[in-house]
Each structure stands twice: as structure tokens, then as C-alpha cells.
Design a binder for this molecule. Structure first.
Ligand SMILES: Nc1ncnc2c1ncn2[C@@H]1O[C@H](COP(=O)(O)OP(=O)(O)OP(=O)(O)O)[C@@H](O)[C@H]1O
Length: 175
């Protein structure tokens, strides 16, 4: 595969826009292919629904959104590690390849536990819970959450037009 095939998009675009295009391509692929990321999109939507109802302050909303983005980032790094390990190992089993994937997935677990702690803090600090869904309370928070959910779903639903499907070749006996 030559360099042009590896970098197929926007040959005349500004370097910044080109880099943005490549990042978007990677993120769309991961959201299209990784079941964990698909599940995280739903969990993020659930968090947004909770924030639409509870209407935390703007600072609290920003913190929870930042932590959610850290979870997405950790999953994306994990996906990148899995792909790199699969290519480096030629899709063959190797203890170091397996360990590399286990370490990467351990990193995701750490961020996920941190995110659970932040979710608990959000719920506890807004106790007793009121349903503010149809009020004008903290509209700036609502706007921020809505923007982030829309962005995440845009990436999730963006059609994936990969050069090739990336998947591990099936072993004998696997369906
Ligand atoms: N090349 C390999 N050699 C040895 N063990 C491997 C190899 N690839 C994967 N494994 C083991 O199988 C586990 C699952 O790997 P796999 O590539 O199927 O990830 P996955 O199930 O898609 O993970 P995730 O759910 O995080 O996306 C790894 O954590 C590792 O323990």
C-alpha cells in the first residue's frame, strides 16, 4: 500500500483541516465498530437525561461532561492499541500481545471507575432530586449538555466509509 492509499482524503486541504479529517475518520470508525463505544453513547445519553432533569450548575455539568469525554478518549486509545497490536502480531496469539490488550483495557476500567465516582457525586450533591425538566433553571447547563449529546450522536450516526472493513480473521471453528 503506497502513501497516497494510506492518506486518502483531502490532499489539497489545509494541514489542520486534513488532520481533523483523519481524526474524524478514526473516531467514526471506532464508534461504528466498537461495541463498548456504542454502549458508552447510550450511557452518555442517560447521563444527559439525568442532567436535563436535575439541572446541576454549569460547573458541575462541565465536570461531568469532561469526565465523560475522558471515558470516550480512553475507549478510543484502547481501540487504537487493539488495532496496533493485531497488526503487529499478525492476528496471531502471543502472550505479550494479549498482555498489551489487557493493560489497555485496564486503563479504561480506571477511567470508568473515576466516572462512576463523579456520577455518584452529581447525584448525591443534588439531593433531594427535583424534576426541573420543563423549567428555565440553569439553561446554560442544558445548552452545554444538549450540544455534547448532539455531537456524540452525530459521530455515532455518521456513515462509516472505510477503505476496508477492519476485522480479525476468523479462526477455524469460529462462526
Ligand atoms: N493476539 C493475541 N494474543 C494473545 N491474547 C490475545 C490476543 N488478542 C487478544 N487476546 C486476549 O483476548 C482478550 C480480548 O481481546 P479482543 O481483541 O477480542 O478484544 P475485545 O474483546 O474486542 O476487547 P474490548 O471488549 O476491550 O474491545 C484480550 O484482552 C487478550 O487477553
Amino acid at each position: 500500500m503506497d502513501a497516497e492509499e494510506r492518506r486518502p482524503h483531502q490532499p489539497n486541504a489545509q494541514p489542520f483541516l486534513r488532520a481533523l479529517g483523519y481524526s474524524l475518520r478514526g473516531v467514526v470508525y471506532a464508534f461504528h465498530a466498537e461495541k463498548n463505544l456504542k454502549r458508552d453513547v447510550w450511557l452518555f445519553t442517560l447521563l444527559a437525561a439525568v442532567e436535563w432533569c436535575l439541572r446541576p450548575s454549569l460547573a458541575q455539568t462541565a465536570i461531568t461532561l469532561f469526565v465523560s469525554m475522558c471515558v470516550f478518549a480512553a475507549e478510543l486509545f484502547n481501540t487504537a492499541v487493539e488495532l496496533a497490536v493485531d497488526v503487529a502480531s499478525g492476528w496471531k496469539d502471543h502472550p505479550v500481545a494479549g498482555m498489551a490488550k489487557d493493560v489497555a483495557s485496564g486503563a479504561v476500567s480506571f477511567v470508568a471507575f473515576g466516572a462512576l465516582a463523579v456520577a455518584a457525586w452529581l447525584l448525591a450533591s443534588n439531593w433531594p432530586w427535583h424534576l426541573w425538566l420543563f423549567s428555565r433553571r440553569n439553561l446554560d447547563s442544558v445548552a452545554l449538555v444538549t450540544l455534547c449529546v448532539a455531537a456524540v450522536w452525530a459521530v455515532r450516526l455518521w456513515p462509516y466509509r472505510g477503505v476496508a472493513e477492519i476485522k480479525r480473521p476468523r479462526k477455524e471453528g469460529q462462526s
